[in-house]
Design a binder for this molecule. Structure first.
Ligand SMILES: C[S@@+](CC[C@H](N)C(=O)[O-])C[C@H]1O[C@@H](n2cnc3c(N)ncnc32)[C@H](O)[C@@H]1O
Length: 269
């Protein structure tokens, strides 16, 4: 397993500088005070002021710092050293009191002891995790009784399609989880860039809707809301179109592109 995570980490370390320069991450806008959070996330968590918030897989921290700017006591976690280094630099630059921890999320309980009002994670997170059951337990471990968990991510069903196809949806991948990861060599990323990655090897795992919900249920959480959306904040395929809200969708809106889950840790378990 370590070999897979190490390869992914090398890729993510290299991606930090590329993403930071991209139009999609809009660092200039962020430094000028713009939030990097999407409406679906803001709506789901509402007023966060004064609440402690743990952000899993925070990349270089734009969303974590955005939660801090809204008054949350936010802590971001990511296994990429370059991401955490840059996140800390950004927090200092904008004067945000945001804490960052460099750790594989599975190792976090070995290096960090605390409890949070909110555990948050979003967009582009689950596919990097081999063990979805342990992921659920990590979330439950860090939530205070009565605390809230929220995830928004691309819809698991959407990942059966060949996203590089220029004009249509063709099934390419299995919907189902396999211990053996999907391995690939790709010198590109999801932002628009001419830079070619040198760390091309990546490993991903598919997690079905029921796998994710059951991981949370089996960890003792109570699921309070599940939503599905025909649009995503980022362009999922070349032929997607922008809607009035600036999000991306596919003509006809026949498929779920995004989903979100909200859960709570019961006061007594
Ligand atoms: C697509 S980003 C998600 C963050 C956010 N939505 C964004 O776009 O900035 C995925 C992040 O997950 C991190 N990551 C992947 N596997 C991880 C693991 N096992 N433990 C901690 N972080 C991990 C990567 O380093 C990367 O920063």
């Amino acid at each position: 397993m370590d070999e897979y995570y190490e390869a992914n980490k090398r890729r993510w370390n290299e991606l930090v500088a590329i993403h930071a320069k991209s139009e999609e991450y809009d660092l200039e806008g962020f430094l000028a005070g713009k939030t990097s959070l999407h409406q679906v996330e803001l709506d789901a968590l509402g007023i966060v002021s004064g609440k402690s918030l743990l952000h899993l897989q925070c990349h270089f921290g734009l969303d974590t710092i955005s939660w801090s700017r809204l008054g949350a006591k936010a802590t971001g976690v990511d296994f990429s050293e370059k991401a955490i280094e840059f996140a800390r630099e950004l927090a200092q630059r904008v004067g945000a009191d945001t804490r960052f921890i460099c750790s594989n999320i599975y190792d976090l309980p070995k290096v960090h002891q605390s409890e949070y009002d909110i555990v948050f994670t979003s967009f582009g997170v689950l596919c990097w995790l081999a063990d979805i059951k342990s992921w659920g337990q990590i979330i439950a471990h860090y939530l205070k009784p009565g605390g809230t968990f929220f995830i928004a991510d691309s819809h698991p069903f959407f990942w059966i399609f060949d996203i590089d196809h220029p004009s249509e949806l063709k099934i390419k991948y299995s919907y189902w989880y396999s211990d053996e990861p999907l391995s690939y060599d790709a010198d590109g990323t999801y932002v628009d860039t001419d830079i070619k990655l040198t760390n091309t090897r990546g490993y991903e795992w598919a997690h079905t809707v029921s796998d994710v919900l059951n991981a949370l249920i089996q960890a003792g959480l109570l699921i309070t809301e599940v939503k599905e959306f025909p649009n995503l904040p980022w362009k999922p395929v070349q032929f997607a179109e922008r809607n009035q809200d600036g999000e991306w969708h596919i003509e006809g809106d026949l498929l779920p592109l995004c989903w979100s889950v909200k859960a709570t840790k019961p006061l007594t378990s």
